[in-house]
Design a binder for this molecule. Structure first.
Ligand SMILES: NC(=O)c1ccc[n+]([C@@H]2O[C@H](COP(=O)([O-])OP(=O)(O)OC[C@H]3O[C@@H](n4cnc5c(N)ncnc54)[C@H](O)[C@@H]3O)[C@@H](O)[C@H]2O)c1
Length: 361
């Protein structure tokens, strides 16, 4: 049976990938050491999701390894070797703010961890496709220098600008802007992944995500904006919006749609390819718009405050232009829009909060 190795398998993207590929008939080896719990505390822990995967998927095997551990990852790849047909590398330290607390941890998880995964794939499974979940933060804060116009509920790029209709494409520079340490460690990993494609001919694909979201996100204040927003709305926890009057715009893609894009890439990989991948014009919102939609769905008001302090290196407006991917893989399309994404998150979060209160009660 062909094997897919998935790192960060208990996280949002890793777990969606595990379910999707299992359904396609692959044996799944998931690598996740619940470091999200270390980064973000109990809100962030993904151990609940490890248990669900082990319960739900017959051909799922969990390894609680650290992607930085070259020896342990090397042993695993030596054991599985050429049976591995696909590696999806989604383990990461994913937050701007957290990165500044422990720069060494951030960099070694994001950059060194990616190098370990690439090199072990090259040494032991050179025919495998390798997919890396990069981020739009590799563009640093350059998007903030676009001509932006303030509207009632959101910032928008000027209508006359070439990015207005479809969003920002891959030609934007990733150089000479403020990235945050997180953005910088992801740039290192992004470029390494491209290089293993271009230099060694490994079948690598780099997907630079906008906001990735879905019901399996363990939303925490520092990461997982829609999931955390819904968690606060349903639980009554206070929520803080950082900067830009709450009018900052993000595009949101459901984890299923992203993983379906991975699947299309795996069928016909273009070594070294880079794609911007997000909700695009199809699915995007400002914080204020997301709050209004969430309140409507939850049937209650969110208790939130607006802080003047923006997160360093944060985007004011980001919408991904996904036409490069669409042109390489024309049969891929979105299943979810913003409304259906929010509906799913509200339902799943309500269920999880209900289960947690039954346990503690
Ligand atoms: N969620 C987003 O909005 C977003 C946006 C753009 C890019 N991304 C990228 O997509 C990828 C997946 O994001 P996500 O939202 O699923 O993140 P997530 O935090 O939900 O999942 C990542 C998983 O990796 C695990 N992990 C972390 N460090 C590890 C290590 N050293 N060894 C083994 N496991 C480790 C964590 O425990 C967690 O379960 C990340 O690379 C992230 O940077 C995410």
């Amino acid at each position: 049976m062909s094997i897919a190795v998935i790192t960060g398998s208990s996280g949002l993207i890793g777990s969606e990938t595990a379910r999707f590929l299992h359904e396609k008939g692959l044996r799944i080896v998931g690598i996740d050491n619940d470091m999200r719990g270390y980064f973000f505390g109990a809100d962030g822990s993904t151990s609940w999701n490890t248990k669900q995967l082990q319960h739900d998927l017959k051909n799922y095997e969990h390894r609680a390894l650290d992607v930085r551990d070259e020896t342990a990852i090397g042993n695993l790849f030596r054991e599985l070797g050429r049976e591995i047909v696909l590696v999806v590398h989604a383990a990461a330290q994913p937050s701007h703010d957290w990165a500044a607390r422990e720069p060494f941890t951030d960099f070694t998880v994001n950059a060194n961890g990616t190098l370990v995964m690439l090199e072990m794939t090259r040494q032991h499974s050179p025919e495998a496709t390798f997919i890396f979940t990069s981020t739009n933060k590799v563009y640093g804060d350059l998007p903030n220098s676009l001509p932006l116009v303030e509207g009632g509920t959101r910032w928008e790029v000027a209508e006359t600008h070439p990015y207005y209709e479809h969003g920002i494409d891959e030609s934007m520079s990733i150089d000479q802007s403020k990235h945050s340490l997180f953005g910088a460690s992801k740039v290192a990993a992004d470029v390494l992944t491209q290089e293993y494609g271009r230099y060694f001919g490994l079948k690598t694909g780099t997907f630079r995500g906008g906001c990735l979201t879905g019901p399996a996100h363990s939303g925490a204040e520092l990461h997982g904006f829609l999931a955390y927003l819904v968690k606060c709305a349903l639980s009554g926890k206070p929520y803080t919006i950082y900067g830009y009057k709450g009018k900052q715009v993000r595009d949101n893609i459901h984890s299923y749609d992203l993983v379906n894009a991975f699947w299309h890439f795996f069928q016909n990989p273009v070594p070294g390819a880079v794609y911007n991948m997000g909700g695009s014009r199809h699915s995007n919102c400002s914080m204020l718009e997301a709050i209004a939609d969430t309140e409507k769905l939850c049937g209650r008001k969110l208790n939130y405050v607006l802080s003047d302090q923006a997160r360093s290196g944060d985007h004011i407006w980001w919408i991904s232009d996904v036409r490069k991917f669409q042109s390489d893989y024309p049969s891929w399309s979105y299943r979810y829009d913003l409304q259906s994404i929010l509906e799913e998150i509200v339902a799943a979060t309500g269920e999880r909060l209900g289960a947690a209160s039954r346990v503690s009660g």
